[in-house]
Design a protein around this ligand. Structure first.
Ligand code: ASP
Length: 416
């Protein structure tokens, strides 16, 4: 199957799963009945879970092999440092822009006004890690443990160290690099195999999710929900297009077209981490960023760059402040920008993690963490949308860094 057909099929599968799932939900079938219990929760749920597990399976080997190869291809430690700084800087900058947009729009809309706070809340926040802990934890003590736990930042650090060391050992390094390159090809071919069956996986995930998802909570929280969606769209079509057009100097439309299947994966898995193999494949083979840059920027982005999540957090903060009638003032908002930008570092891109870091943001500005109970009802759907924005941000920054490092293949980008 060619790429265009595959893209089309993935998007069709996503929409079909969403529509059929929603119809099933609207029919209010008996949850114990054979259809919901057997077909949806039994069959489709299993297919969906196996699909996500297979994607996750590829994450660690892919990051290790591609990044060790990538780092070993860079002529000196200086270029690695430069790429690292640029990437980190751009990730922080785009996240700060995202959350500032969210705050501006949310303050104008004031979605929390008139909320009846007598509503009982039974939410207890999970503890989010402190910043010092996050920083120290980037450095692995045991590479196998890091891989076994799927600790992406630690795997990234280990792979870079191996790559840099390969460069320093002459003949032996050449041999090791060759075998890593071969392994990299093998893992990439596994990703292609998985992409071939992706329409089934995506359909299964969507039909299972939407047959359970009630939309009535959206109506109760319409103002909050649609404010988040509006800012997500604004950042997606505004910030990313401006960056693509004026900084990367590439056509935003071509970029979005090529990113469509990646967004469908992100939407249906709600996980930047699980989507990472597909993001990396697309950024390399369809957008044209060379491996030495993409193998670093994409896994790092899947872990630390969450523009969509920051947008939800910005709107949620204003919403909760409004609902509890608490003024947090300009300093409070600046604190929100700083905390939300930093909080995304060190929290993996997995479903629902944004709500956990939101607790940290709320605490920083003295808002009641129980406020999260107010928005939890619509978070699942927002999680899907913001994850699509998160992965598009990773690809945007990868393209900019790739172009600025002369690690970009224009011919690949121009291909249909
Ligand atoms: N699910 C998001 C991601 O993986 C994180 C979040 O916002 O909860 O990127």
């Amino acid at each position: 199957m060619d790429r265009a057909a595959l893209t089309r099929n993935i998007v069709i599968a996503m929409v079909a799963g969403l529509v059929i799932g929603s119809i099933i939900h609207a029919l209010e079938l008996n949850p114990e009945g054979w259809f919901l219990a057997g077909v949806i929760n039994g069959f489709f749920d299993s297919v969906g879970q196996i699909f996500i597990r297979s994607l996750k399976l590829l994450v660690v080997p892919l990051v290790f092999f591609s990044l060790a190869c990538g780092a070993s291809n860079l002529s000196d430690g200086g270029s690695m440092g430069r790429i690292g700084l640029k990437t980190m800087g751009l990730y922080m900058l785009t996240t700060a822009v995202a959350i500032s947009l969210a705050l501006l729009v949310a303050i104008a809309v004031d979605p929390g006004r008139g909320i009846d706070m007598a509503a009982p809340s039974d939410f207890t926040a999970r503890q989010s890690p402190g910043l010092k802990e996050v920083f120290v934890n980037i450095f692995p003590t045991n590479p196998i443990a890091a891989m076994a736990e799927g600790n992406m930042l630690q795997v990234i650090v280990f792979a870079i160290l191996i790559g840099v060391a390969i460069n320093k050992v002459g003949e032996a390094g050449v041999r090791v690099r060759q075998s890593l390159l071969d392994w990299n090809e093998v893992v990439m071919s596994l990703i292609l195999m998985l992409m071939m069956i992706a329409p089934f996986g995506v359909f299964a995930l969507m039909i299972t999710l939407f047959s359970k998802m009630g939309f009535s909570t959206i109506l109760d929280l319409a103002k909050y929900f649609f404010t988040v969606v509006a800012v997500l769209l604004l950042h997606f079509t505004g910030t990313f297009s401006v960056l693509m057009k004026f900084v990367a100097r590439l056509s935003p439309l071509t970029f979005y077209r090529k990113m469509a299947p990646v967004m469908a994966y992100a939407f249906s898995t709600s996980s930047s981490n699980a989507t990472m193999p597909v993001t990396l494949e697309t950024v390399r083979k369809r957008i044209g960023v060379k491996n030495e840059v993409a193998s670093f920027t994409v896994p790092l982005g899947a872990t630390i760059n969450m523009d969509g999540t920051a947008i939800m957090q910005g709107v949620a903060t204003v919403f909760i402040a409004g609902a509890f009638n608490i003024e947090i003032g300009v300093v409070g908002y600046l604190t929100v920008i700083a905390t939300a930008t930093l909080a995304s570092i060190g929290t993996a891109g997995v479903p629902g993690v944004g709500l956990i870091t939101l607790a940290l943001v709320l605490e920083q500005v003295g808002l009641p963490v129980e406020g999260i109970a107010l928005i939890i009802g619509v978070d699942r759907l927002l999680d899907m949308m913001r994850t699509a924005v998160n992965v598009t941000g990773d690809a945007t920054v990868s393209a900019i860094v790739g172009r600025s490092e002369n690690a970009f293949d224009d011919a690949v980008f121009e291909e249909r």
